[in-house]
Each structure stands twice: as C-alpha cells, then as structure tokens.
Design a protein around this ligand. Structure first.
Ligand code: HEM
Length: 487
C-alpha cells in the first residue's frame, strides 16, 4: 500500500513538473525573447503582493528588455505568460485603435464575492454595459455638482494642520491626505460623513487602511493564490478582499440603500445616481451597487492620496517650485473674489504640471480576446495572452524624459503628445474617474499651499523607495512634513 501511495505521489509530482516546464516553455516555443522564470512566482519578485496586480517589477521588465534593444518581451507571472510592450506606438495601438482585440484586463474576480466584481475586473459585454451606464455619472457636469461638497471636505483638514503648525509637529502626510480623500469620496460617492479627521479610528478610514495595508497570513495566502493561480482560485471561489472588509462594506451599503429607498431620501452623490438608475428599470441589483461603489471608494481615495502626498513632499524639497505654485494659487484666488471656482481651479497651469509629475500607477494589463497580429511584425498574439503596459518604466525612461528621477513640473509645460504618458491609461477603457481624481488632488494642493508653507521633516527617512509589493506606488518609508501657517 505504502509503495502504491509513493508511486502515486511521485507520478503526480512528475506530471506537475512536466506541466510547469511546458508552461514555462511558452515564449521559447513562440520565439519571443523572454526572462527566465522560477516557480512559483515566475518573474515576479514579490511573493506576497499587497493587492490585485503586480507593481514596480514591471519597470525592471521594461529596463531589461530595453537594454537588449527589444520592443516586446515575454515574462511569466506565476505560470501565466505575459507580453511586455515597450514601444509607445504599440501601446497606443492596442489601447485605442485595436482596442476590440484587447477589451479585458484579466484582473482577478470571483462571482462568489460581489466586492471583486466591478468595472476594473468586468469583462466583455458585462464591462461594456457597465461603462455605458456609469459614464454619465462621471461627466464634467456631475463633477461640478460635487465640487462644493469636496471643497467643504477640505475644511475638515484645517484644524489638524493648524494644530500641527502651532505645535510644530511632524505631519504624517499620507495619513492626512488619505483622511481628506476618504471624507471626500465618502461624501460625494456614498453621501456619508466619514469624520476621518475627528476620529482616527473612523469607520471608512479604518476600512480603507485595512484594505490597502493590513493582511493576515490567510489574506496573504489568498492574494498569493489569486495572483499566481487565478484559474484554480476561481474554481475554489477564493476572494482577494479581506473578509472583514467585505462584511463591513456590504452591510454599510445595504443599510444605506435600504434607508434611502424606505425614506425616499435623495442626495447629490453617486449612490443616489445608482439608486435612480435602479429605479428607472436599468439592470442594477444590490451586488452590482456593492461592487461598483467599492471600486469607486478604493480607487477614489488611495491613488489621489498618493499623488497629493508625493507632490507635497517634492514641493517641500523644492522651495522655488513651491513659491511659484503658491503665487499662481494666490493670484487665482484674488482674480475670483477670494474664492476658487471649479473652472479657475482646473485652469491653473503650473498646478496641473505639478500634479502630472507624480502619476501613482505602476502598470496596467490587457488581455488579448482574439488572435492578433502586431502591425509590422510577424508575431501573432494568441487569444487569452495577457499584455502588460509597463507604465512606470515608460514614464521613467531617460530617452523620453531626461533625468527622469528628478521632479520637474516644467517638463510638462509644453509636453510633446507623442511622448508616452499613461497616468490614467488610454482608449475606451481608460480611467473613468480621472476628472474626479484631478479635481480632488487640486483642491487639496491649492488650499494647502494658500494657507501653509510646506517644509521637510527630519522624520522622513530618505531616499524614499517604492514598495515593490504594491500596484499603486507607495513608498516603504512614511512621508512626514512640517506645515507653517501663512498669516
Ligand atoms: C490619481 C488618481 C487615479 C489614477 C492615477 C487612476 C489610474 C487608473 C488607471 C491607470 C486605470 C486603468 C486604465 C486602463 O486600463 O487603460 C484606471 C481605471 C479605473 N479607474 Fe482610476 N485612477 C485614479 C482615480 C480614480 C478615481 C477617483 C476613480 C473613481 C472614483 C477611479 C475609478 C476607476 C475605474 C472604475 C477604472 C476602470 C475603468 C474601466 O475599466 O472602464 N479611478 N484608473
């Protein structure tokens, strides 16, 4: 009996090794230059990624292939082959012109958890229907409608910054920006007052922190499985959202929708628009409301908080740029009767350039949905192949952006549109929330600069390094700054 069990194990082991070897032979068989993978993570360097997708490692892929003079290269994430595109023209072609062959992202979702099913992960016609439905929710008219609410949320930050300025405290900038973006997203999307500044343990801030920063060994194992073995994970119904986060968020949304429907409450927020869509006969059930509001909440606060944090850090290090930006802000306020309208905020040129210098996303993927031949090449990309856009690699390539590590908003003064720049993706599946994000970041930066001088803090350990495990750029070290009130 023991011998038979040993033979069974040995056979399964040998079959598994042969299967993995076969999978790792994919790019060789297709004659595509590739990086040698190692089981189980393939070419990813991060064993326990903290999120849904790979991150900084894509810059390494980009640099490796670029050093070999290549325009495309093959890598493996887990055992799945991924094609890395280096040529900005190829990137634009698949995102825009030949979008129909690359509609999906292939980011993990499972129907067993509604929190994982939303616009980022939806595929094919399901995604198309959602995109049509929600495009109007993000129109510039709707942004203007939310502008005052967002501006109001900024005032929540003032007592904290005033107090820190008076007591000369070092401020944890990401935490402060995340409290603002959480309040703002909570108010404009869910119509709730999050009170993140008043209560450090406020429910929504706690949820956001939990989702992006706190992973138990079980959560990490789930993330490992869903990133490296998505097909098996799907069969097993494994979710990549922490159970506690799911439970709390679902309850919050269900209770709010039920309350509003029962009491006929109408508000100027996204949830209200979704409830109205549901009432108007659109196909929209509670699971969909949960998934979409969850992605608006998570995509809405973390990325904007990162860009705001890093821009403030750079401004503290570059006094001249800070003074120049403050001058523009004060002039704009003065020209508008000491107020800041939506139009005047969006019209500030140097502010726009400063924000453009810190795009927070490292990469985004596409999946080939029908066999595709690249123009001017013999390569046929097979249906089902994942394609990685190495955004960080492209944005920090000195051939396009000289001295790329130096923060220099002037490089966006008269940017050549041919240069690769994909902070919000591109084409029909670009970021639906880009207007919202820019408005939110600009409100924070303009109002801070008008009221405070931002200074470096000795508590920030430099040089700052990007955490390799995250998909949105996060520094390993916390960023602290000092704020000095301008009277
Ligand atoms: C600085 C802030 C932000 C950045 C840098 C950012 C970046 C991105 C990127 C790179 C993509 C993928 C685009 C592609 O595949 O072509 C994306 C998609 C998306 N983003 Fe954002 N985003 C930001 C803020 C927001 C906000 C505020 C929201 C919503 C409130 C949002 C909602 C979404 C959604 C729903 C998608 C999926 C769109 C689709 O598949 O149709 N994002 N974002």
């Amino acid at each position: 009996m023991l011998t038979e069990i040993a033979i069974l194990f040995a056979s399964v082991g040998i079959l598994a090794i042969l299967f993995i070897k076969y999978k790792y032979g994919y790019w060789k068989r297709r004659n595509v230059p590739y990086l040698e993978p190692t089981f189980p993570t393939g070419n990813n360097t991060s064993f326990f990624p903290k999120g849904v997708a790979v991150g900084k490692v894509t810059q390494y892929f980009y640099n490796e292939f670029k050093a070999r003079g290549l325009k495309i290269g093959g890598v493996f994430l887990g055992i799945d082959p991924n094609l890395v595109l280096l040529d900005p023209e190829d990137v634009r072609t698949i995102l825009i012109k030949d979008f129909n062959s690359f509609v999906d992202r292939g980011i993990y979702m499972t129907k067993t958890d509604p929190m994982t099913v939303h616009m980022i992960t939806q595929q094919g016609s399901e995604w198309r229907n959602a995109r049509v439905k929600y495009t109007s929710v993000f129109s510039s008219a709707k942004m203007k409608m939310m502008y005052d609410t967002m501006k109001q949320c900024f005032t929540n930050m003032i007592p904290t910054l005033d107090d820190s300025a008076e007591r000369k405290l070092d401020v944890d900038v990401f935490e402060t920006m995340a409290c603002f973006t959480t309040d703002s997203v909570g108010a404009t999307i869910l119509g709730v007052e999050c009170n993140s500044f008043k209560d450090p343990d406020a429910e929504f801030r706690r949820l956001g922190r939990h989702f992006f920063e706190q992973f138990s060994p079980i959560d990490r194992t789930r993330l490992f499985m869903t990133v490296y073995f998505p097909d098996l994970s799907k069969k097993l119904g494994i979710t990549n959202v922490q159970k506690e986060v799911s439970k709390q968020f679902i309850k919050l949304i269900e209770d709010t929708v039920e309350y509003r429907e029962k009491n006929n409450v109408s508000r100027k927020d996204f949830l209200d628009m979704l409830i109205k869509l549901k009432k108007s006969g659109e196909q929209l059930d509670m699971d969909e409301i949960i998934g979409q509001t969850f992605v608006f909440f998570t995509a809405g606060f973390e990325t904007s908080a990162t860009t705001s944090t890093m821009t403030l850090f750079e401004l503290a290090e570059n006094k001249e740029a800070q003074d120049r930006l403050r001058e523009e802000v004060i002039r704009t306020f003065e020209e508008n009767n000491n107020d800041l309208t939506y139009e005047s905020l969006m019209g500030m040129k140097y502010l726009g350039q400063a924000v453009d210098e810190w795009p927070p996303v490292t990469t985004f993927p596409r999946v080939c949905v029908q066999d595709y031949k690249f123009p001017g090449s013999d390569l046929i990309v097979e249906k089902g192949t994942k394609v990685l856009i190495p955004v960080l690699g492209l944005h920090r390539d000195p051939d396009y952006y000289p001295d790329p590590e130096k923060w220099n908003p002037d490089r966006f003064g008269d940017r050549n549109p041919k240069l690769p720049y994909f902070p919000f993706g591109d084409g029909p599946r670009n970021c639906i929330g880009s207007r919202y994000a820019i408005m939110q970041i600009k409100i924070a930066l303009a109002n801070i600069l008008r009221n405070y001088r931002v200074l470096p803090s000795p508590l920030t350990e430099q040089p700052l390094e990007i955490d390799p495990d995250t998909f949105v750029i996060r520094t390993i070290q916390r960023v602290y700054l000092k704020f000095e009130k301008i009277h």
